[in-house]
Design a binder for this molecule. Structure first.
Ligand code: FES
Length: 140
């Protein structure tokens, strides 16, 4: 029987909320798939679309950007900027022929460890049928 595809997911997590939510999941021993490569950023608003395309070109099968809930950003409007800017990423992915599901955004607070685990489980489940992302992957 063929092994199930395990997607590699780069997760840009805002330091103040989502990264703390991931830590809470970890210290609370909540289980979730080990498919993510977490990268802590100061704010979801600091994630350039170029980071996302760079992750995909370096072999990621999917990318997650997660930040504070709207209204809770520690830099006031960072997540509003992120939401607007990164909505275009899905359209760009579609435009170049990649499945838009390969990019997701979420809002996870420092107290939402369980929600964080559910987001990762859902993302892995959504990416598995898509298979490996080879369109943007660099050939070295
Ligand atoms: Fe968390 Fe801005 S500080 S999204």
């Amino acid at each position: 029987m063929a092994e199930e595809f395990e997607p590699r997911i780069v997760a840009f997590l805002c330091k103040w909320c989502s990264s703390a939510g991931a830590d809470l999941a970890g210290v609370s021993r909540m289980e979730y798939p080990p498919n993510i490569i977490p990268i802590q950023v100061m704010c979801s608003g600091s994630v350039s679309p170029l980071y996302i395309f760079s992750a995909l070109s370096h072999g990621a099968d999917g990318v997650l950007v997660s930040g504070c809930h709207p209204g809770d950003c520690h830099y006031i409007k960072g997540n509003y900027y992120a939401r607007r800017r990164l909505a275009l990423v899905k359209k760009l992915l579609e435009y170049i022929g990649l499945e838009p599901q390969r990019f997701q955004m979420s809002w996870v607070s420092a107290t939402e460890g369980l929600k964080f685990t559910q987001i990762i489980k859902d993302l892995v489940r959504e990416l598995q049928p898509l298979g490996p992302q080879n369109k943007l992957r660099r050939k070295f």
